[in-house]
Design a protein around this ligand. Structure first.
Ligand SMILES: [Zn+2]
Length: 315
């Protein structure tokens, strides 16, 4: 059963919002674009693997994609978690495109003009396994054995090895091993406990947002303000009573501010004050800013002058 689907990564939306809101000549533009391509590639590879794992949906296994749990070390990010009566499996993906060699206990990627050693993903999943065991123990669950796998997408990664002890497996090996565990391991969880465990995972998921400005060392003053024109993408549109108009292509919109508020949320925080809204959207008066904020039906907190408005419903 699909318990949690994989969505477009929040990190990708944040990075794209940042790229839209810095000067086209900014020194970090190249680094941000490179990171966007990396996150997109990882997402594409994850979806390829998901499509194969979905074959297990019909076999009574519970699938969670992109599950994030809070533990003593921060956020425990699990690419894919499979939960069954007899086992739990962590499935991670070798995130490399192109030719990879496994030799002398090392992965060497050949994606650039020179060979590049990449971290052994089996060490990473071993750490995830220990953290998940501790997280489950804190919820009084100790009976279910946890297995960890690393796989790769054969459409994008070409693995070359003569060793038999390579710590990653292809799709077919992965499915065979998961089916072996499912059909030949003794059940350790009654049906009711399995349902409770799946509910626990679902209810414990936390959404973690990056501080993208800090990651790229970009100050708030470098972030471009205003509302983008939905037609020609120019910045900023001018606010007239009830309408936005682009001064360059004259396109008119009555809801272009919604995207700008969404980008504010991606880059800063889930609440906004009237003053912050006025400044970010470049509106000429506090009254017009207030009217616009209330028109998007945001909830407010604190009944005084420093009132903040929740933006969560539009994220
Ligand atoms: Zn325009």
């Amino acid at each position: 059963m699909m318990q949690k689907k994989r969505l477009l990564p929040l990190e990708l939306k944040q990075l794209e919002a940042l790229r839209r809101r810095i000067d086209p000549c900014h020194s970090q533009l190249g680094a941000i674009t490179e990171e966007i391509e990396k996150v997109k590639g990882n997402y594409r590879r994850n979806v390829d693997i998901d499509n194969v794992l979905h074959l297990l949906n019909d076999e009574g296994l519970n699938l969670f994609h992109d599950l994030q749990l809070e533990d003593d070390w921060g956020v425990l990010s699990l690419n894919t978690l499979i939960v069954a009566k007899s086992f739990i499996a962590i499935v991670d993906v070798l995130q490399v495109e192109g030719e990879v060699t496994w030799k002398w206990n090392q992965f060497i990627a050949h994606r650039r003009s020179f060979p590049e050693r990449i971290p052994n993903p089996s060490s990473h999943v071993a750490t995830l396994k220990i953290r998940l065991e501790r997280w489950l123990a804190q919820h009084s669950i100790t009976a279910v054995p946890i297995n960890a796998f690393v796989t790769y997408t054969e459409a994008e990664t070409f693995l070359i090895t003569e060793d038999s002890d390579v710590p990653v497996c292809d799709f077919d090996q992965l499915l065979a091993q998961l089916r072996d565990l499912h059909y030949f391991s003794p059940p350790t969880l009654p049906e009711a406990s399995l349902i409770s465990l799946c509910d626990l995972f679902k209810n414990s998921h936390v959404s973690s947002k990056l501080n993208v400005l800090e990651v790229f060392n970009i100050s708030e003053s470098e972030v471009l303000k205003g509302v983008h024109c939905p037609d020609c993408r120019a910045l900023p549109m001018k606010r007239y009573p009830q309408i936005w108009q682009c001064p360059w292509c004259l396109f008119r919109s009555n809801n272009a501010h919604q995207t700008a508020l969404y980008e504010y949320q991606l880059l800063y925080k889930d609440t906004i004050s009237n003053k912050e809204c006025q400044e970010f959207l470049m509106i000429d008066s506090p009254r017009n800013s207030y009217n616009l904020l209330t028109s998007v039906k945001v909830k407010s907190q604190r009944e005084h002058k420093g009132r903040e408005y929740y933006l969560s419903p539009i994220l």
